[in-house]
Design a protein around this ligand. Structure first.
Ligand code: NCD
Length: 304
């Protein structure tokens, strides 16, 4: 039985295979519409979500399966004090696969150690978000056609942004990747990722706080929301929340084939006036998430 807790639970060959299946789903949706008949996905969301939960659910419905679950901790027995381990054991009796989001880092790992069905981490605190990374990789593949030799700018909350952590981990397996880490001092990428991922794999990287200066070199600009829910005090959040706001004028010196990504939700960090720029990829990125989650569900359920 396989789980997806961190992106490194998948080999590069398996990521390629998931992308191939997702692309086939896009071309031949009917072929997949009965594949999960009789199967149930449980979405256990202890933290708010729109895209991740609903795209998991849409993915299962489009595969002909069913969905059960909860979308806030207060409506589950967690509110009565039930442990994640017990919840995972219980849900294993009711469903065939679990997607879990939790504010505590490591909670989906604990669930996977106690469940008798596959568990997918749908975001754990400020740690990892591997299925967003699958959406991101399909977006890069469709827009750029490759994963090698790309200059990728990550901008905003690199400290708490779990999507950033997981995508950097995924990119570390490709060659010729240059990372441009753009953030205020207080929201820099954590040392553990710099040491255990970037330096360990000898990745090329620079850190800066200047988005406009970095812009001309970028093939991909990955904007992020300042993660309000992870701050210990409101004052710091208010001071940092608008550190970067991408506007059309800041794109003046950007490449014509820049790919602007954002895991969403967006607050202020991308002006809506950027949405019609052909380089804006963030809404198609959300759609790609559904296809990759379909491919992942098939893989973890062992369905051809
Ligand atoms: C992200 C998350 O939950 O980490 N959202 C998502 O899943 N698409 C990013 C965010 O909340 O800022």
């Amino acid at each position: 039985m396989r789980h997806l807790i961190g992106i490194n639970d998948l080999s590069s060959a398996e990521i390629d295979e998931l992308i191939a299946v997702a692309l086939d789903i896009i071309d031949n949706p009917k072929k997949y519409s009965e594949k999960c008949r009789g199967k149930k996905l449980a979405t256990l969301f202890f933290e708010p979500s729109t895209r991740t939960r609903l795209s998991f659910e849409a993915a299962m419905y489009e595969l002909g399966g069913n969905v059960l679950g909860f979308s806030e901790a207060n409506s589950s027995s967690a509110a009565k004090g039930e442990s994640v381990a017990d919840t995972a054991k219980m849900i294993s009796c009711y469903a065939d696969i679990i997607a879990m989001r939790h504010p505590k880092e490591g909670a989906p790992l604990v669930a996977s150690m106690n469940a008798s069905i596959p568990v997918v981490n749908a975001g754990d605190g400020g740690h990892n978000h591997p299925t967003q990374t699958l959406a991101d990789l399909l977006t890069i593949k469709r827009k750029k056609g490759r994963f090698d030799n790309l200059t990728v700018g990550f901008c905003g909350d690199l400290k708490f942004g779990r999507t950033v952590h997981s995508l950097i981990e995924a990119l570390s397996r490709y060659t010729g990747i240059k990372l441009v880490l753009i953030s205020p001092e207080e929201l820099k990428l954590p040392d553990y990722i710099k040491n255990d991922v970037i330096k360990k794999h000898g990745m090329d990287y620079i850190e800066t706080n200047d988005l406009v200066e970095a812009m001309p070199n970028l093939d991909i600009l990955y904007m992020t929301r300042v993660q309000k829910e992870r701050f210990f005090n409101e004052e710091d959040y208010l001071r940092l929340k608008d550190s970067y706001i991408l506007t059309p004028s800041k794109l003046t010196n950007a490449k014509d084939d820049l790919c602007i990504m954002h895991p969403l939700p967006r607050v202020n960090e991308i002006s809506v006036s950027v949405d019609n720029d052909p380089r804006a990829c963030y809404f198609v990125q959300a759609l790609n998430g559904k296809y990759m989650r379909m491919a992942l569900i098939l893989k973890l359920l062992g369905i051809e």
